[in-house]
Ligand binder design. Structure first.
Ligand SMILES: Nc1ncnc2c1ncn2[C@@H]1O[C@H](COP(=O)(O)OP(=O)(O)OP(=O)(O)O)[C@@H](O)[C@H]1O
Ligand SMILES: [Mg+2]
Length: 1107
């Protein structure tokens, strides 16, 4: 829970002391111990007044979360534990609210955490400043410029795995609301020598490793690169891989960042082509070749690499090859071309690589600036962040270290100027008593380096420009002459005898006593590096490249713009840019972050006291504290001070009419602040102790809260009153409406109650009256009833008496009758008994019969012979009579029916009767024939002229004329014939011609055979030996078989008085000439549909299939 408490002061839960100004006692040991104690408790930040000391924790601490950002946002600098966010917040608010441009100066040695600190400041500002799509894009671009510059400008060194090898100053620009608008980046002196050579255990710039690890095969192929680091001479191999660094994924981050910053695809491509070209340049090797004039000339060993570089950069191969072999010196009108020996060729190659890379880097910065520059012309507020290489003291220190340390001297100078000197000057200006503090002013060292006449840089330039042989040694000599007497310059060669015997100082070196310590510089390379020469042939070759980026990097290669003047030296360029930077910083409100490296191992939790002590010393931190303590921790002009604290005193609140200073005096007196705690300057109040300030702040906060409460109270009162009045008004309206409503209700209730009471009373009265009337009526009725009962009783008594009398009379009559009956029976018994039973029986029988017949008469069925109805039998004893009666009735009505027939009809029915007797239940064809009338003459022989001949031949009456099929005895096939039956003969004639084929007298027909089945086949058997029988029996088939057979039977009977034998059998014999053939009928074949078929099976068998 303690952690949840809101901090109101830096003093809360303090580990050691959060502000070194409060340290007691103040000395180097206590200072270091305090830092160590805090470091051990993960407190990496400590203040000296407003300066933040940051110790690199070398591990990620959970103190940069968004929650932390919120915690520090808009809080007083001294309110919370020391943090880089507090400084960032202070700077940002001061920029936004007080319109003061800010600069954040981050210093410290390599690996102390400057770059990380600068990123933390930027990310904090990005988190707390305005939001919105446009603003966010600007922020994102500003933040994403970091990975790009780090990839190209940082490298692993022995001190830092991500060491910035260039100085960076970034101005972030804001509008009046504090929203970021854009930025400008300045870069300082890239350590380009790293491109061609790296000290042991160090790497080249990250980008080279990133490309080789992270680019796709396809992209590498495009850049003509191979993934293997060992293929490239420029890449130091002993620490090509760095623990915890993923070059491949960083490459993706860089490409993504480039895209966000606004690099076009072709620009990115060009940049990587240049990087590839630089890498490949290192692989060009030279070999000596003697020329005729005895001079050595260099030749490229393997031209393949050169060819690929030229393809990549669009340079003519011969031009580049020549530039590596010759050097043209132009002076006025003269042009002299000399060959380069192998060493010079290597020098030229490396110079080209370094120049290409460093110019590319500067181009990148310019390009990023183009993207991130503010798009408006309105006045901007600026926050500068300076992340510049720290003080460097190596074993071998060269020109670069000299330049870097010079820059640090200048920064220290500005620090001294702004914090110490300014402070003292301000005290004097304000007329405050000041006890002088001794501090070391490094202006003298700056002067040693940058003095225009006698400064080391001026000396170097002079030497470089001097005609004649110029070497590093001549330069050192010159230094020895000019600077020998300077107290901060040490050299063995100097005439000053002080160092003649100093063996720690080699002859080729000079030593400078920097404010941070002594540094020995190797003079070797100073002249060369300062000259920073690139042979004109090379720059011209580059300018000729068919590659827009490379062409733009070497504008001096344009022959049209030949400038015979020497370009400014590296030293003078740097001096100028440092001067510009200093000028820039002086116009801004400085905020300091002093970074300290706790150990050399890049390891967490290790606090190397000696190392820290060294840094504390050269950063002048103790002096810094002393100045703070001797003077006043806080100062502020009277007007803002009064404005800020006027609410703490009744006289000054809410308005103070007099001068501000008087107001502040009244205020401080009123508050009872001890006099030694503050001083009145001319325009400012000076507060000695931060604690006094905190107290004031606390009081103010408390008072503000009270005031807020007061305002809140009044506002709440007003709000409640207004609300109340409104409620009251509403209440009255509601109440009046309610009262009206309730009175209405009440009235209606009373009214309805009155009506109810009234109706009850009326009802009661009416009921009372009704009751009386009813009583009266009931009394009358009762009298009537009583009278009626009385009369009734009287009548019943009378009736009873009369009934009794009648019953007696009746009894007398019955007894009299019985008596009479007895007397009569006694008298007539003798006449009765003998015949009575029989008579009664007969009478009853007669009566029943009569009834039966009378009923039958009414129930008689119709006269139709086919009516089957007959009334039911009424008595069992009449059963036989009833049946007989039914039979008689039926016979009678049949007779009646027959009596109606004509002779014709009678004949027909006789024939039908005959047929029935012959075939019923014998031949299956019979039932179908019953309904068919027998027509006989189906062929109209007499009418049809076709049969005239036939008619003429037959003069008898024709009984049957019909077409039949005559079955061929040989094969069973049928042939149509006309079948005629006359009174005496059976004739068969040809159907077409009418010619008579056979004529058989009826007397010769002995038998007709047929099957029992549903077919029309029949055989006419002839008498053996008769004339007609010579051809054998006829086997015929006809559709009217029943009629034919019946008519043949009847005619034969009437003519011969003999019954024709009709045989019904499914198998019979037929006489064919001599043989007898069996005709067999088989049922069930469906072969020919429904038509029976005849087939000859063998000589003796003819099979007829009947369906
Ligand atoms: N606040 C921090 N929290 C965690 N790690 C840090 C912090 N500051 C620095 N570091 C670690 O220390 C390393 C070195 O820090 P940084 O690169 O900022 O040093 P530098 O002062 O910029 O060095 P150079 O001068 O070489 O550029 C970082 O890579 C990081 O690992
Ligand atoms: Mg850095």
């Amino acid at each position: 829970m303690a952690k949840m408490e809101v901090k109101t002061s830096l003093l809360d839960d303090m580990i050691g002391v959060g502000d070194m100004v409060l340290l007691e006692p103040l000395n180097e040991d206590s200072f270091i111990n305090n830092l160590k104690k805090r470091f051990d408790h993960n407190e990496v930040y400590t203040y000296i007044g407003s300066v933040v000391i940051s110790i690199n924790p070398y591990r990620s601490l959970p103190i940069y979360t968004p929650e932390k950002v919120e915690e520090y946002r808009n809080r007083n600098f001294y309110e919370l534990s020391p943090h880089i966010f507090a400084l960032s917040d202070e700077a940002y608010r001061s920029l936004r609210d007080q319109d003061k441009d800010q600069c954040i100066l981050i210093t410290g040695e390599s690996g102390a955490g400057k770059t990380e600190a600068s990123k933390l400041v930027m990310s904090y500002v990005a988190a707390v400043c305005g939001k919105g799509a446009e603003v966010n894009q600007v922020k994102e671009q500003l933040l994403q410029s970091n990975p790009v510059l780090e990839a190209f400008g940082n490298a692993k060194t022995v001190r830092n795995d991500n060491s910035s090898r260039f100085g960076k100053y970034m101005d972030i620009e804001f509008d009046f609301k504090g929203d970021p608008l854009g930025g400008v980046i300045s870069n300082y002196l890239l350590e380009k020598s790293r491109v061609v050579k790296q000290p042991r255990g160090e790497r080249n710039f990250h980008i080279f490793y990133q490309i080789l690890s992270g680019a796709s095969e396809e992209f590498l192929c495009k850049l003509k690169l191979e993934r293997d680091f060992s293929r490239y001479n420029y890449l130091g191999l002993d620490s090509a891989r760095v623990n915890g660094v993923d070059d491949a994924s960083n490459f993706r981050t860089v490409r993504n960042a480039m895209q966000i910053v606004g690099f076009m695809d072709h620009e990115t491509q060009s940049v990587f082509e240049v990087v590839a070209a630089v890498l490949k340049l290192g692989n060009i090797e030279f070999k000596p070749e003697s020329r005729a004039n005895g001079l050595d000339e260099s030749k490229i060993k393997d031209k393949n690499e050169l060819k690929e570089i030229c393809e990549l950069t669009g340079i003519d191969q011969s031009v580049l090859e020549r530039a590596f072999s010759f050097r043209t010196v132009e002076a006025k009108q003269e042009k002299v071309s000399t060959t380069l020996n192998v060493a010079q060729a290597y020098y030229a190659r490396d110079a080209l690589a370094k120049n290409l890379y460093s110019r590319l880097f500067s181009w990148l910065v310019t390009r990023i600036n183009e993207s991130i520059k503010a798009q408006t012309k309105v006045r901007k507020k600026v926050m500068g962040v300076l992340d510049i290489y720290g003080f460097e003291i190596f074993e071998d220190n060269s020109f670069e270290q000299f330049i870097i340390n010079y820059c640090n001297e200048k920064l220290q100078q500005i620090f001294i100027e702004l914090t110490l000197k300014e402070e003292q000057e301000e005290y004097i200006r304000e007329g405050i008593e000041w006890t002088h503090i001794e501090y070391f002013n490094n202006a003298i060292i700056c002067d040693l380096i940058e003095n225009n006449q006698t400064g080391i840089l001026a000396m170097l330039d002079e030497e470089c420009l001097r005609p004649g042989t110029v070497t590093d040694d001549t330069f050192l000599e010159k230094l020895n002459q000019v600077c020998a007497t300077h107290q901060h310059f040490e050299s063995r060669m100097s005439k000053c005898s002080r160092f003649l015997n100093d063996t720690s100082l080699p002859h080729s070196c000079f030593r400078i006593q920097h404010y941070a310590g002594k540094v020995m510089y190797q003079v070797e390379g100073f002249v060369d590096k300062n000259n920073d020469l690139l042979y004109r042939d090379l720059s011209q070759a580059m300018w000729k490249a068919n590659h827009s980026l490379i062409k733009a990097l070497f504008p001096e290669g344009n022959p049209a713009k030949i400038n015979l003047k020497r370009p400014p030296t590296a030293g003078s360029q740097f001096k100028a840019s440092v001067a510009t930077l200093m000028k820039n910083l002086q116009t801004k409100n400085p905020n300091y972050i002093r970074c300290i490296k706790p150990n050399d191992k890049k390891a967490a939790h290790i606090f190397n006291e000696a190392l820290v002590c060294h840094q504390i010393r050269y950063l002048g931190l103790l002096e810094n504290v002393r100045v703070r303590r001797a003077g006043y921790a806080f100062r502020q002009p009277y007007e803002p001070c009064l404005e800020r604290y006027k609410m703490l005193c009744k006289q000054t609140w809410p308005h103070w009419r007099g001068p501000a200073r008087a107001g502040v005096e009244v205020l401080f007196n009123e508050l009872g602040i001890p006099e030694e705690e503050f001083s009145f300057g001319r325009s400012k109040i000076f507060i000695r102790n931060p604690r006094t300030l905190f107290k004031l702040e606390d009081l103010r906060k408390q008072r503000l809260e009270d005031l807020a409460t007061l305002i809140e109270k009044i506002y709440r009162g007003w709000k409640c009153r207004t609300h109340f009045l409104l409620m009251k008004k509403c209440q009255i309206v509601i109440a009046s409406w309610y009262r009206r409503y309730s009175q209405q209700k009440k009235y209606q209730k009373i009214k309805s109650s009155a009506i109810t009471v009234q109706s009850y009373i009326r009802g009661w009265k009416a009921r009372k009256l009704l009751r009386e009337l009813k009583h009266l009526k009931r009394c009358n009725e009762a009298a009537t009833v009583i009278a009626a009962y009385w009369h009734g009783t009287q009548a019943r008594r009378e009736l009873k008496r009369l009934k009794e009398e009648a019953r007696r009379k009746h009894a007398v009559a019955v007894i009299w009758a019985y008596w009479l009956g007895l007397k009569v029976r006694r008298e007539y018994r003798k006449f009765f008994r003998a015949n009575a039973g029989r008579k009664i029986y007969e009478f009853t029988l007669q009566r029943l019969m009569q009834k039966y017949f009378l009923e039958m008469k009414n129930k008689m069925p119709s006269l139709s012979p086919i009516d089957k109805n007959w009334p039911a039998r009424p008595y069992l004893f009449l059963d036989s009579t009833h049946k007989e009666l039914k039979r008689i009735f039926h016979l009678w009505r049949c007779k009646k029916y027959r009596d109606q027939f004509t002779d014709q009809q009678k004949l027909i029915y006789e024939e039908k009767l005959e047929a029935s007797e012959l075939f019923k239940d014998k031949k299956a064809l019979y039932p179908a024939s019953v309904g068919q009338p027998f027509q006989g003459a189906y062929l109209e022989i007499s009418e049809n002229p076709k049969y005239k001949k036939l008619k003429d031949a037959v003069d008898e009456k024709i009984i049957i004329a019909e077409v039949v099929n005559k079955i061929n005895r040989a094969n069973g096939k049928a042939a149509s014939r006309i079948f005629l039956l006359t009174k005496n003969n059976v004739l068969l004639a040809d159907q077409k011609s009418g010619t008579i084929k056979s004529e058989v007298p009826l007397g010769d027909v002995t038998k007709v055979s047929m099957s029992s089945q549903n077919d029309g086949f029949f055989a006419v058997h002839l008498k053996e030996g008769s004339e007609a029988a010579s051809k054998g029996d006829f086997l015929l088939s006809s559709d009217h078989l029943i009629e034919m057979a019946t008519k043949l039977y009847r005619t034969t009977l009437s003519q011969t008085k003999q019954k024709l034998n009709i045989e019904i059998s499914d198998e019979f014999l037929v006489q064919f000439k001599q043989d007898k053939v069996c005709v067999k009928f088989i049922q069930g074949s469906q072969k020919n549909g429904n038509i029976p078929t005849c087939k000859r099976k063998n000589n003796r068998l003819l099979e007829v299939a009947v369906p």
